[in-house]
Design a protein around this ligand. Structure first.
Ligand SMILES: CC(=O)SCCNC(=O)CCNC(=O)[C@H](O)C(C)(C)COP(=O)(O)OP(=O)(O)OC[C@H]1O[C@@H](n2cnc3c(N)ncnc32)[C@H](O)[C@@H]1OP(=O)(O)O
Ligand SMILES: CC(=O)C(=O)O
Length: 521
């Protein structure tokens, strides 16, 4: 099959997504990441539309790109002036990029209603705008805005718009499903009809309003499009743009089209996706195809049993091909296979026929019913398994704790004090400490003892603390689940505690966190 150029518009159409606002520094970082990854074109924004975009293009003049070409975006000229006098077309030329991508109207409704000019005048606007940019020495792509909607209402006119851009010298005619309402079969049928009437390469720019932007982009390629526009993680206006993070591996691994991206570059796909999400300050979608944390996570015992024999049974590709990894979780959906998988991961040698493992499967299901989830608390599960297999002894034993909260007036602060009694190596310690809250006070009192025996405990910091009320209909006597994420600066781990008492649930998760650190050294 033909080759495909990847055109990224995260910095332009992606930035049109609600909740996304890149600084100039963010833009430069993303442009560098995209270039390293290997996309062919990076659309940086609309020169003249915002000072941030102008600063970005100015800064990018000093950045040497390895793989990509910078593209400036804009519209066809205003009806009230010539292309030579159009402020925004001139801004594109002044931005210093080698490539321009301008959008023009191809739906007669828009010509009548939005531009309020004649159909003929719009054709002239398209041709003269493209021709001006070409005369100015730029490579020009023409984004045929609303092409599919326009074609369905007035096919002759929509095609004439493409022909006007072709006469002007456009190098790619990009068919836009601007409102994202077109179905895949319509994309294929329309491309098949128009392609023989054009000399110019076709591209696709799809929006995701029907959750079809990726499918529509792929079907366009099947029908001859050689240029695909989209954004990282599908960011973009309304429901977003076509997600390049799904399109690129589908083109490479399913269609066999390399899109100028080598296998080694594809293996950095997950990193790219996560890194851009971080810069955009968006939570990464765990269920995102190919690169999400759950994309290769297996929960059901039947699945785990099969992937341990051959991963192909429940994985459509090897996760490493896109820089992701296989994961197995433990829950009430688990069988022996989940536990054997985890044992191997924890470095525990255990016979598959060991009856204690069968008991542990049952125990895990009972704990799940009580509210324990181990998906985000693998450290707690490792301790549970080691305890069951008699591979682990507690480093310290709780003899008792007491927490006192005291408030002596409406406007007075609460004073919190905890006392803890623990035995360590045949010594019994009784300590007290204050804290910001009951958990902090307990932690402080416990650390007073543990720091003496286990200095490594001082490196533990709590990086996340989540509380979930499990059966809220019981009001204040509901069970609560506490999930703690801890880190020692090098590694992080998750633990869980469940109890009707929030302090006790937290204590359990906290103790597991400390025991896990002591186990791992
Ligand atoms: C499908 C897409 O995603 S297209 C890209 C959309 N992105 C953006 O709009 C983000 C950046 N835009 C902006 O910052 C501003 O809209 C600007 C600076 C470009 C223009 O601002 P203003 O001059 O104040 O115009 P405003 O935004 O109100 O309206 C857009 C104008 O462009 C005209 N226009 C729209 N599309 C085109 C086109 N393809 N060719 C020529 N003119 C066009 C409209 O008719 C309207 O003109 P009017 O004011 O004479 O009615
Ligand atoms: C040009 C563009 O962004 C669109 O038609 O969606």
């Amino acid at each position: 099959m033909h080759t495909v150029d990847i055109f990224d518009t995260t910095l332009r159409d992606g930035q049109q997504g609600k909740g996304i606002s890149f600084t100039v520094e963010d833009r430069v970082k993303i442009a560098k990441l995209l270039d390293q990854f290997g996309v062919k074109f990076i659309e940086g924004g609309w020169p003249g539309a915002s000072p941030k975009v102008d600063d970005f293009f100015a800064q990018m003049r000093d950045v040497k790109l390895k793989n990509a070409k910078m593209v400036a975006f804009g519209s066809t000229r205003r009806a009230s002036n010539s292309a030579e006098d159009d402020i925004f077309l001139n801004k594109i030329v002044e931005s210093g990029v080698p490539t321009a991508c301008i959008f023009g109207k191809t739906w007669d409704l828009h010509v009548h209603e939005a531009l309020k000019i004649s159909l003929e005048e719009n054709l002239d606007i398209i041709e003269t705008s493209v021709a001006f940019l070409r005369r100015s020495g730029l490579q020009v792509f023409f984004d045929a805005e609303h092409f599919f909607d326009g074609y369905k209402r007035n096919p002759e006119y929509a095609l004439n718009c493409l022909l006007a851009a072709e006469r002007g010298g456009a190098e790619v005619l990009v068919l836009c499903d601007t409102n994202g309402g077109t179905m895949p079969h319509e994309i294929g049928d329309i491309i098949d009809t128009i392609k023989p009437q054009l000399k110019t390469e076709l591209g696709i720019h799809a929006h995701n309003d029907c959750e079809l932007a990726v499918a529509n982009s792929l079907i366009a390629v099947r029908h001859g499009a050689s240029h695909v526009q989209g954004t990282v993680n599908g960011y973009g206006e309304r429901c977003g743009n076509a997600n390049l993070i799904s399109i690129i591996p589908s083109l490479k691994l399913k269609f066999g089209i390399d899109c100028h991206i080598e296998d080694a570059q594809l293996a950095r796909l997950s990193k790219l996706s996560h890194h851009v999400a971080e810069i955009a300050n968006m939570t990464h979608n765990a269920n995102q195809a190919y690169v999400g944390q759950n994309a290769f996570a297996h929960k059901g015992g039947v699945h785990v049993s099969a992937i341990m024999k051959n991963p192909e049974t429940y994985e459509h590709i090897r996760p490493e091909q896109v820089g992701n990894k296989q994961e197995v979780t433990v829950s009430d959906q688990s069988g022996m296979s989940n536990l054997l998988y985890k044992a191997e991961k924890f470095g525990i040698t255990v016979d598959a026929k060991d009856v204690r493992l069968k008991d542990l499967v049952q125990r895990t299901k009972e704990l799940d019913k009580l509210g324990f989830t181990f998906e985000e608390a693998e450290a707690s599960f490792e301790l549970l398994m080691r305890r069951k297999l008699e591979l682990f002894d507690r480093s310290f034993q709780l003899e008792g704790f007491r927490v006192i909260d005291e408030k002596r007036g409406h406007d007075e602060e609460v004073i919190v004090e905890a006392t803890v009694k623990v035995s360590v190596e045949d010594n019994i310690y009784h300590t007290a400490a204050e804290g910001e809250g009951p958990i902090d006070a307990l932690n402080n009192a416990l650390r007073k003892v543990l720091d003496r025996h286990y200095p490594e405990v001082s490196s533990i910091i709590l990086t996340d603390y989540k509380v979930r009320v499990l059966n809220s209909e019981k009001g204040t006597s509901s069970m609560v689940r506490v999930l703690i994420e801890s880190s020692d600066g090098k590694k992080s781990w998750g633990t869980v505690g469940v109890s009707p008492n929030l302090i006790e649930a937290t204590w359990k998760a906290l103790i597991d966190s400390i025991e896990y650190k002591l186990l791992k050294g």
